[in-house]
Design a protein around this ligand. Structure first.
Ligand code: ZN
Length: 116
């Protein structure tokens, strides 16, 4: 809770929704009736789930490479990304770099890099 309370609100919202699978990706939007289809826009044969977004979607290619450079194999550990402080910081950069949620949350970048 200490970690969470020091987070800017927007980041906390993203993290909570990642953890609860309620991030506004197509599968969730479909489930709550805000979208016709659950599939990923880039991958017509796959539902756009949190796992798909984080680990397999080509949309995240460049951002995922950066994540792997920083975290190595932990970049593929959901537990690491969503629970460890260093993982959380990196996954927030990933979310921002993909641009996928910018229309919902705006950029979370300025909450990440102080002084840049
Ligand atoms: Zn995809």
């Amino acid at each position: 809770m200490k970690l969470i309370s020091s987070f800017p609100r927007r980041k906390t919202a993203v993290l909570t929704q990642l953890r609860t699978r309620r991030l506004p990706l197509n599968r969730h939007l479909h489930r709550i009736g805000k979208r016709d289809a659950p599939q990923c826009e880039y991958c017509p044969d796959r539902d756009e789930t949190v796992r798909h977004f984080l680990f397999t979607c080509p949309r995240g290619g460049r951002a995922r490479q950066a994540l792997m450079c920083t975290l190595g194999r932990e970049a593929f550990s959901e537990a690491y990304l969503l629970k460890k402080p260093s993982g959380i910081n990196e996954v927030m950069k990933f979310v921002d770099q993909t641009g996928r949620l910018r229309s919902t949350f705006g950029s979370v970048r300025h909450t990440l890099y102080s002084g840049k």
